[in-house]
Every structure is written in C-alpha cells, then in structure tokens.
Design a protein around this ligand. Structure first.
Ligand code: ARG
Length: 468
C-alpha cells in the first residue's frame, strides 16, 4: 500500500484520505514559496487587525493571534521553524502552526482564501524586490559613470557591423549603457507603482458576505497612493487571476538582462587579444584547466548567458497564463519559481557587473593604436567636402574612390600623396586633408547627444548629479 499522509487543513471535512506521497511532492510549493513567509505573516497581521476592527475577532482572540504570528515569525527568521511539505504551501504551514498553538487561529482565515492571499504575498514581495533592484541598478550606473570618468580622455573606434566606423570616447560608449539602465529603472519603478494595489478581500474569487474593511487592510500594508488613499483591486475575479504584474516585471527584467548581456559582450570583445582595449581584474576571470596561459572572462560570459534563463522565464510565464480560464487555477503556482529566479538572476548580474567594472583597466596604447586608423575619419572628409558646397552623395562617392585608391596603392588613407588626391578632385587640398587628426575630429562633434568631449563631459556631469 502506498503511504498516505496526514490530511492538511484544507482537506478536513470533505476528504477521507490524504494525498499519496507522490502527489504531495508534486503539488507542494513550500520548498520555494517559504521565502514569502514575511509577506504572508504581514498580510495575516493586517487581516487579523481588520477582523478585530469589524467585530469578527474579540480583542483576546486578536491579541493571541498577533502574538502567535509574531513568535512564528521569530522562529522562521531564526531558522527554527519546521516546514511540513504535507501542508503544501507557506500559507497553510503558518496557519496550521498558528492554530496548533492558538485556538483562535482557526478564525484567521475568515473572509480570506489562499487565492487572494497568494496574490497579496506576491505583490508585497515584488514591491520590495523591485526597490532592491532599483538600488542595485543605481549602483551599477554609478560604476559605469566612474569607469567613464577614469577614462574620459581615452578614444576608441565605435563599431557598426563590428567593423570600425567612427571614433568615440570610452566615456561616450559606456554612457550609452547608463541610458539603457536608466530606462530599465524607469520601467521597473512604473511596474512597482502599478502593482501596488491590495487584492485582499477578493476571497476565492467572489469576495465575501462578511463586512470586511478592505480599505483598512490596504492602508495597513502600504497600498496607498501619494495622498495616502487606499488602492484596492476593483474586480475580485481579476484580483485572483491576475499575474500581469509578474509578467510585466519579468518582461522588464528580460530587457534589463539583454542590456547587461550586451555590455558583457562588449567587455568580452574588448578583453580579447584581438582588441586588447581592456584588462579585467583577476577576481573576475578564471583559468583553464588545460591551457596554462588562459585567463577567461567567465563572469562576463555568465552574465551574457544568464540572459537566456531570464528570457525563458518570461516565455514560460506567458505560456502558463495563456490558456487559463478565469479565475484561479493551480497552474498559477508555476509563477513563483520563474519570478524568484528572474529577480535573483538579474540582481546577481547587476551586482557582479558593478563589481567587475571597478576592476576594468583600459589599455591606452591599444586603444590609441586602434583609433589612429584614418579610415575612421572618411566620413569627416566627406563632410568637409559638403562644407565646400559638394552634395553629400557626390562627396561620399569621391571619398569612397579615395579609399579604393589608397587600398590599391597599399598605403594608409592619410598618407596618400597629394597628387593622387588631386587627381580625384582638386577640392582635396592640404588644408582639407588635416581632418585626419582624431582629437580635433571629436571636437567637431559637439551636437547634443554626440561624442564631442564637451558634450560628453556635460552628460557625465548630469549623470553624476542624478546618481548622487
Ligand atoms: N500555493 C498556491 C499557489 O501558489 C496558493 C494558492 C492555492 N489555492 C488553491 N486554491 N489551491 O498558487
């Protein structure tokens, strides 16, 4: 005979036997949802206070429940609480233990379902997690700004199609990521704002016949707008079915992970012998078990790789939700591991990336050698012709012909004899050919948002002020 387990509280009355061990193992969520314990207890404390306020709990009962929940919280925090898988999830583990200690615990679930309870716990948890992630991202942006500042004078080629394109400064390149991360922060902050609505009182799906004070609970738990007014979900069926806020977070996190992955890829390329623009500190690299000379950028590679699971989590969530009829279905339990993994992964990546950036050293000679490529200034030459009245398309053609001629002659563009230039166009005179000075070239690029040194200094200053 298969072993059967004690009946959990939700099965008493209706059921004659408990689930088999295999079923219990399959359906349990305590192994991963126990990390919601603080939110679950905060929600129960608010709910109990409300039941007391509306007369559904006596003062003695309310106090006993409060004391019971507080001592359970202390035991969990101290690692002394015994979680029981046969009690399925965090909600039932806490409630069952409370009821074992305090008879009034049997009244705590009045007017409440695990369906609105889990919706509440997740909102509380994610609200806090986003606040932490926003701090992590701010620190990462600070690390980027510091690296940009330390290397403000270093120029490198900017690339398109991974081909050398036009010169930029390291600072300009790094600040591009600060812009992306700032948009990530903005999106996440909006997500936190939108999810800050209290679902408690939605019950299983259809509210309650009891005179619950939803606004009171919302205020207790900080679900309020800027003016302190309670924010409540406005449809009980939506409240227990809705996981939009989880999807939204995972979508924003996926884009953030993609940004981190692209930054990681830039660092990996720059760290290669072929580029040689940077060295990554030993603490963020590892050796090869076979090749003694190797120092691999594993941390950056893993940050790039971990974007895969974050994107996968988003897809998994959308697929879990897509065919679900209203309202709660147990499928929704599958949201937690995806959500937790997403938050843990992007927060770890953001922190590791920030630490690694502090240990990135640019190699000025290698950068200078790469940016000295005169081809990077072919566009500047075409624009010099435009300033002399040549239509851009024609200027583009003339410079293209000069590039081809230099290649034919096997000499760098800026060293092609004047006679060759003049054979292409008399407009190419020695004063025009002075464009091939990279520092001066950048000083001509002072449009707003451009890579000119004054404009970049202005942006650096702006970010430093904003990140203070
Ligand atoms: N552990 C469940 C979950 O994560 C809590 C809600 C259970 N509700 C229910 N009716 N079985 O979704």
């Amino acid at each position: 005979m298969k072993k059967r387990l004690v009946s959990p509280i939700s099965r008493s009355g209706r059921f004659q036997t408990g689930p088999s061990e295999e079923v219990a193992r399959f359906t349990q969520s305590i192994s991963f949802d126990q990390r919601l314990w603080a939110q679950d207890i905060a929600g129960s404390l608010a709910h109990a206070a409300m039941l007391h306020k509306v007369g559904l709990l006596s003062t003695r009962e309310y106090r006993a429940i409060r004391r019971g929940l507080q001592s359970i919280a202390q035991e969990i925090a101290a690692g002394r609480f015994v979680w029981r898988p046969e009690l399925e999830d965090v909600h039932m583990n806490i409630e069952a233990e409370l009821t074992r200690r305090v008879p009034a615990g049997a009244r705590l679930h009045t007017g409440r379902s695990r369906n609105d309870q889990i919706a509440l716990d997740l909102r509380l948890w994610l609200r806090e997690e986003i606040a932490g992630l926003l701090d992590d991202l701010r620190a990462l942006m600070g690390a980027l700004v510091r690296l940009a500042e330390r290397n403000a004078a270093v120029l490198i080629p900017g690339y398109t199609h991974l081909q050398r394109a036009q010169p930029v400064s390291v600072a300009h390149h790094l600040l591009a990521y600060v812009e992306m991360l700032d948009r990530d922060r903005e999106r996440l902050a909006q997500c936190a704002e939108r999810l800050n609505v209290c679902p408690l009182g939605a019950g299983a799906l259809a509210g309650s016949t009891l005179p619950l004070d939803r606004a009171f609970v919302a205020r207790e738990l900080g679900f309020v707008d800027r003016r302190g007014r309670p924010r409540l979900t406005t449809n009980s069926m939506d409240a227990v079915s809705d996981r939009d806020f989880v999807v939204e977070f995972c979508a924003h996190a996926a884009l953030l992970a993609v940004h981190l992955s692209r930054l990681a890829e830039d660092l990996i390329l720059w760290n290669s012998a072929e580029f040689g623009f940077i060295r990554i500190g030993d603490a963020y690299t590892t050796g090869s078990s076979l090749m003694p000379q190797k120092k691999n950028p594993d941390v950056a590679e893993l940050i790039r790789g971990k974007s895969g699971r974050v994107i996968g989590n988003l897809t998994a969530l959308l697929v879990v939700l897509k065919g679900l009829p209203l309202t709660y279905n147990r499928d929704l339990q599958e949201d937690k591991e995806r959500l937790f993994d997403t938050a843990d992964t992007v927060r770890a990546c953001a922190r590791l990336m920030a630490g690694m950036l502090e240990q990135v050293e640019f190699q000025p000679e290698r950068c200078a050698a790469a940016v000295a490529d005169p081809m990077l200034l072919a566009t500047d030459l075409a624009e010099a012709l435009v300033r002399r009245g040549v239509p851009f398309r024609q200027a583009h053609h003339l410079v293209g012909a000069a590039v081809a001629r230099a290649e034919q002659l096997g000499c760098p563009l800026d060293q092609m004899p004047l006679s060759e230039w003049q054979a292409l166009s008399p407009l190419f005179d020695p004063s025009m050919l002075r464009v091939f000075e990279v520092k001066a070239a950048l000083q001509r690029r002072e449009l707003p948002g451009g890579p000119g040194p004054r404009e970049v200094a202005r942006q650096l200053k702006r970010w430093k002020q904003r990140l203070q």
